[in-house]
Design a protein around this ligand. Structure first.
Ligand SMILES: [Ca+2]
Ligand SMILES: [Ca+2]
Length: 307
């Protein structure tokens, strides 16, 4: 039986929603019933990052509403001077001055920058901590980045697993050579991710195989991209639809790589300069049980800091 919807039942929900609305610097209701933005201006500054959208607008109010209406938008640049029609260039951005690399927040004669109000503006983080705002809840987190170490020499390091293919990882030693495969692993150190291998300890008999049947994913910790390049050793299958490494930012896959249908891992490099300052993860995917249905991987490193 349907219960009767009354003002009494709706009132607590509306009250809670309005409270969030008034407390948030940037609030978007999931059904877009209402939304709110509280932006502060940095005059003659410009955040130089990849744009979500760029268009001409009437001015800051129009540009701010466009940002609020765009789910990816976290800040915007607005032209400091109008064009010959009296309109202003508006650039919607998927990051903000706190998350982006410091060098991306530049002095500018052409633009003013607008970010949602945040406690991070008061520089609350000590000891070189980086302040990451939560605009909806008006809170922040102090993050202390450390160099990333993704070489599997100390185990799987709490990478997130789905499926079963990575249950017996990392793999010890050059296991393909141990079974006379004729294709060495070329791993870094002693331990690596061998999607078809089954040697999870030194005491496991060398050369043991789990083969291509199992499937699953293995996803790294979050890290911040701080420069131009990320590299890794990759081998195994060569069918990118089913065996690959992904670079994931904001739940979107922005780069992929696969092997060469050869067990031997070789180093590949991703150009990540367009994503500098953004938070990312690397995800290994094995969705194949067929021939060459496995991925080999090791020694992810480069311009990245872990948190
Ligand atoms: Ca290794
Ligand atoms: Ca597989």
């Amino acid at each position: 039986m349907w219960s009767k919807v009354t003002l009494a039942t709706l009132l607590p929900l509306l009250t809670a929603a309005v409270q969030v609305w008034f407390q948030s610097a940037l609030f978007r209701h999931q059904f877009e019933i209402f939304s709110y933005g509280n932006f502060t201006q940095d005059a003659n500054r410009q955040l130089v990052v990849t744009k979500v959208k760029s268009f001409v607008s009437d001015g800051p109010v129009n540009c701010a509403f466009a940002c609020i209406g765009e789910p990816q938008c976290l800040s915007f640049n607005l032209a400091a001077h109008p064009d010959s029609y009296g309109l202003y260039q508006c650039e919607l951005l998927a990051t903000d001055k706190f998350k982006a690399a410091a060098k991306a927040f530049q002095a500018s004669d052409a633009f003013h920058h607008y970010s949602p109000w945040s406690l991070c503006q008061q520089a609350p983080c000590q000891n070189k901590g980086i302040c990451y705002p939560d605009f909806q809840m008006n809170t922040y987190q102090c993050v202390f980045p450390v160099p990333c170490k993704f070489d599997f020499e100390n185990g799987i390091d709490d990478w997130e697993k789905t499926g079963t293919v990575f249950d017996n990882q990392p793999t010890f030693g050059d296991n393909p050579t141990a079974r006379n495969r004729g294709q060495s692993a070329n791993q870094q150190g002693d331990w690596w991710i061998g999607g078809a291998e089954d040697r999870p300890s030194k005491s496991t008999p060398a050369g043991r195989l789990q083969d291509d049947g199992p499937q699953g994913t293995l996803t790294s910790h979050y890290f911040k991209i701080i420069g131009n390049n990320i590299s890794f050793l990759i081998g195994g299958g060569c069918y990118i639809n089913s065996t690959r490494a992904e670079l994931v930012i904001d739940k979107k896959v922005v780069k992929t790589a696969t092997g060469a249908c050869h067990e031997t891992m070789t180093r590949q490099t991703w150009d990540v300069q367009n994503y500098t300052g953004q938070i990312a993860r690397v995800k290994l995917v094995d969705s194949s049980s067929g021939s060459w249905g496995h991925i080999n991987f090791d020694d992810l490193k480069g311009d990245m800091r872990c948190m």
